[in-house]
Design a protein around this ligand. Structure first.
Ligand SMILES: Cc1ncc(COP(=O)(O)O)c(C=O)c1O
Length: 302
C-alpha cells in the first residue's frame, strides 16, 4: 500500500490528521463531555454492522436531544470515504457528535449546531493465540452514571477502570454494581457460560451499553440453539463458570480465562466462545464490501 497521511473529517472538511485541532474551545463536547460517539469495525474492507451502529447513534443523539448532524446517506458516504482515504481495510471508524459550540452555561443553548468528527485507523484483529489463551479481567466497583445505555463521550470512569485493569496486567475491567452483579466491561459487554451450558449476559437496561456485538451474539446463539439467559450474574458465579468472555466491535468474542486471581475452567478459550466467534466471522464475510457502494440502510449481519 502506498504510504498515505492520515485524514480526518472535521465538521464538514477532510483535513490532515496532524492539522485536525480546530475544534472550538467552547465546544460543549470539550467543556461538558456533551456528545456521543460510535466505533464501527472494518473487516476486510467491510463496515461491520453499520446499520445498527447508525441506529444506535440516532438513539444516543435523541436521548440527549442533539440534532443529527446530517442525513444517513451522506454520513454513510463519509464513513466509506474516510476509510478509503486512510487506506483502512482492517481497523475501525470512529465518529463523534457533540452538541456544538456555545457560550458556557450548563443548560442547553438555544441554538447550537452539532459538530461531527470522523477518523479511521488500521488495526489488527486480536491474534489467534490470544483468542485461544484468552485474557484476564479484574473486577472493580462500577462508578459510572445511571445512563450507561447512551454511548456518551463522558468516559472518565471507564478510563479509570481500564487504567486500573492495565496496571494490574489485565485486558479489561468488569464493573460490579451495588448489588454485587457485573454490569459490563470498561469498553465491552460481559458474558459467562454456566456449568450446565447456558449463555448468560445482563439484560440491556440503563446500566449497560447495548453492544451491537452483544446483539449479534444473542442472535447467533439462538440460531445455534444455545440456551440464553439475560440476567445479572455475580463475580463469584463468573469465577465458577465453564466459560467467560467479553464482546465488542473490535474484539468480537474475547475469551476471558482469568477473573482477578481465579482461572476460569481449564484456563483456555471455551468451545462456545470459539463457535460464536467463528459464526460471527462467517456472517461478516457475507457482507458487501465498502468498495461495492452503499447498502440502503448500511451493512448488518442479521
Ligand atoms: C461500555 C461499553 N459497553 C459495551 C461495548 C460494546 O459495544 P459494541 O459491541 O457495540 O462495540 C462498548 C464498546 O465500546 C462499551 O464502550
Amino acid at each position: 500500500m502506498p504510504l498515505m497521511s492520515r485524514i480526518a473529517w472535521v465538521d464538514g472538511r477532510y483535513v490532515e490528521h496532524g492539522e485536525a485541532y480546530a475544534v472550538h474551545i467552547e465546544d460543549r463536547g470539550y467543556q461538558f463531555a456533551d456528545g456521543v460517539y460510535e466505533v464501527i469495525h472494518i473487516e476486510d474492507g467491510r463496515l461491520v454492522d453499520e446499520c445498527p451502529h447508525l441506529d444506535r447513534l440516532a438513539r444516543s443523539l435523541g436521548a440527549l436531544a442533539i440534532a443529527a448532524p446530517m442525513a444517513r446517506r451522506p454520513l454513510q458516504r463519509i464513513l466509506r470515504e474516510i476509510a478509503r482515504r486512510n487506506g483502512v481495510e482492517h481497523g475501525l471508524v470512529y465518529l463523534q457528535v457533540t452538541r456544538g459550540v456555545a457560550r458556557r452555561r450548563h443548560a442547553f443553548p438555544d441554538a447550537a449546531r452539532p459538530v461531527m468528527v470522523v477518523t479511521a485507523r488500521s488495526e489488527a484483529h486480536p491474534a489467534p493465540a490470544l483468542l485461544e489463551d484468552g485474557v484476564a479481567v479484574v473486577t472493580l466497583p462500577d462508578q459510572r452514571w445511571a445512563r450507561c445505555d447512551i454511548k456518551s463521550v463522558a468516559l472518565l470512569a471507564n478510563v479509570l477502570a481500564r487504567q486500573a485493569a492495565s496496571a494490574a496486567g489485565a485486558a479489561e475491567a468488569w464493573l460490579v454494581d451495588r448489588d454485587g452483579r457485573i454490569t459490563e466491561g470498561g469498553s465491552s459487554n460481559a458474558w459467562i457460560v454456566t456449568v450446565d451450558g447456558r449463555l448468560v449476559t445482563r439484560p440491556a437496561d440503563n446500566a449497560i451499553l447495548d453492544g451491537i456485538t452483544r446483539r449479534a451474539i444473542l442472535r447467533l446463539a439462538s440460531e445455534q440453539g444455545m440456551k440464553v439467559e439475560q440476567r445479572g450474574f455475580t463475580s463469584r458465579e463468573a469465577m465458577a463458570a465453564r466459560e467467560a468472555f467479553f464482546s465488542n466491535s473490535s474484539s468480537w468474542v474475547m475469551p476471558v480465562t482469568r477473573i482477578d486471581d481465579t482461572v476460569i475452567a481449564n484456563g483456555r478459550a471455551g468451545s462456545l466462545s470459539r463457535s460464536l466467534n467463528a459464526a460471527y466471522r462467517a456472517r461478516i464475510a457475507e457482507l458487501p464490501r465498502m468498495a461495492d457502494g452503499l447498502t440502503p440502510m448500511g451493512n448488518w449481519t442479521p
